[in-house]
Design a protein around this ligand. Structure first.
Ligand code: NIG
Ligand code: FE
Length: 426
């Protein structure tokens, strides 16, 4: 993008529909999660990187105030606009791949067995340490490009594949320089040079936390057998909170160890995964301010049970969805695909899925009120869907639904074939 990002005015006109989570609250829960406002034959006017006006075409002239000078126009005929998608949980900074492990899993090896044998996350730790800062920056930029083509305009990414001072900091810087929101996942696994989790945490909290807290905005911990216990996670999270980081947890992915009560006790932003969460956990989360971040692509990829999405929404929990993009458990950067899984596997409606990957995901990143809605004052981040109805976002399973992506009022990506013509001409 140019230096004067968003300085000019952009008009997207004649859209078949625009669809946006309604209201101004965040996070949305219960019935409010499905309140999506749909406007047929719509326009969106952007200026200075923000949305200034949006509504039916009959209101366009009044919104323009008589002048079209200096306005870039985009023909939205045949397209639907939704807010730019927000991916609030990825592990986009890594070296190498795990394609050989992917094949092994197909022949019967389990994810947990590979992890226990020093493969899995630790295999990616070796490749990430070997990649160097430039290699990591290049990897995050490449992954960020994949996400953008799938409609993601804001992404969070975690470190956690370095687990030494140099590589953790290089990872956080690479994420920030690619435009991502960095989360320090200092407690992802115990690296091989340490005897156990407590020794490793002594090092991470003394040597890495003070530096990581200068770059990251949040921290995360993997609470799981073979990773970190609830007691270890409490120690880690309390220290991170003291350094000013927002708290997040990987919890109940395979085993219900108590990540939800810990998240609530410490006032965490989110607890993510929840494939193993039972009724008590659902009830506790629903009565709390902690957002449940559901990652159905990860459950699908590992052949695990799906998290209890419908039960969480019905109980009144704040729910967001994300890709969990990583080289092992979810090599998938597509939020549209995740919305399809959310509808077909978690039994949320298309409207609930849209709210979960826009305004509620923005809330998890501490950016609700700024991202995730098509409304005046919000960032001019939009996805134009190549579809007659916005619900194609989740309806078209792995389909080519994204026609164009707009970030801060500038078109940053168009589908092939649309490069030399307005995105709406079909
Ligand atoms: O969220 N479960 C922990 N971490 C990642 C997977 C990391 C990996 O397999 O490389 C997750 O699924
Ligand atoms: Fe994850």
């Amino acid at each position: 993008m140019s230096d004067d990002v968003g300085a000019q005015r952009l008009l997207v006109r004649d859209l078949a529909q625009l669809a946006t989570p309604a209201g101004s609250d965040a996070p949305l829960r219960g019935d409010a999660l499905s309140e999506v406002e749909v406007v047929d034959d719509a326009f969106i006017l952007c200026e200075g990187g923000r949305i200034v006006s949006a509504g039916p075409m009959r209101g366009l002239e009044a919104a323009l105030g008589g002048g079209r000078d200096g306005i870039e126009e985009l023909d939205g005929r045949g397209l639907c606009a939704v807010p730019g998608l927000v991916d609030c949980h990825t592990h986009a900074c890594f070296g190498g791949d795990r394609v050989a492990e992917f094949e092994l899993r197909a022949t019967g090896a389990s994810y947990e067995e590979l992890h226990a044998a020093g493969g899995g996350i630790l295999a990616t730790v070796s490749a990430t340490r070997a990649a160097g800062e430039d290699g990591l920056a290049e990897a995050v930029r490449r992954h960020r490009g994949w996400m953008r083509r799938a409609g993601t305009t804001t992404f969070e990414a975690k470190s956690g594949y370095g687990l030494d001072l140099e590589t953790e900091l290089a990872s956080l810087r690479a994420i920030r320089s690619a435009g991502g929101t960095p989360t320090w996942l200092g407690a992802h696994a115990v690296p091989p040079e340490f005897d156990g989790p407590d020794e490793y945490l002594d090092f991470a909290l003394t040597e890495v936390l003070p530096e990581a807290a200068r770059v990251a905005v949040a921290t995360d911990v993997f609470v799981e057998e073979g990773a970190f216990s609830v007691e270890q996670a409490r120690r880690y999270l309390e220290a991170c909170r003291g350094a000013g980081l927002a708290l997040r947890l990987h919890g109940d992915q395979f085993t219900e160890l108590g990540a939800i009560p810990l998240a609530i006790e410490l006032g965490a932003r989110s607890v993510d995964h929840l494939e193993a969460t039972a009724e008590d956990g659902v009830r506790a989360l629903a009565a709390s301010d902690v957002t449940a971040v559901l990652l159905p692509a990860s459950a699908l990829y590992l052949g695990r049970p799906m998290p209890p999405g419908r039960a969480l929404v019905d109980a009144g929990a704040a729910v967001a969805i994300a890709t969990d993009f990583n080289p092992g458990s979810a090599f998938c950067e597509s939020l549209p695909l995740v919305t399809s899984l959310t509808v077909t596997q978690l039994h949320l409606t298309p409207a609930e899925a849209l709210s979960a990957c826009t305004v509620n995901a923005a809330h998890v990143l501490g950016r609700a009120g700024e991202l995730g809605r098509i409304a005046p004052g919000y960032a001019a981040d939009l996805v134009l869907l190549n579809a007659p109805d916005w619900r194609y976002l989740s309806y078209h399973l792995a389909g080519p639904v994204v026609a164009a992506v707009i970030e801060a009022g500038e078109v940053t990506w168009r589908a092939a074939g649309a490069a030399d013509e307005p995105a709406g001409r079909r």
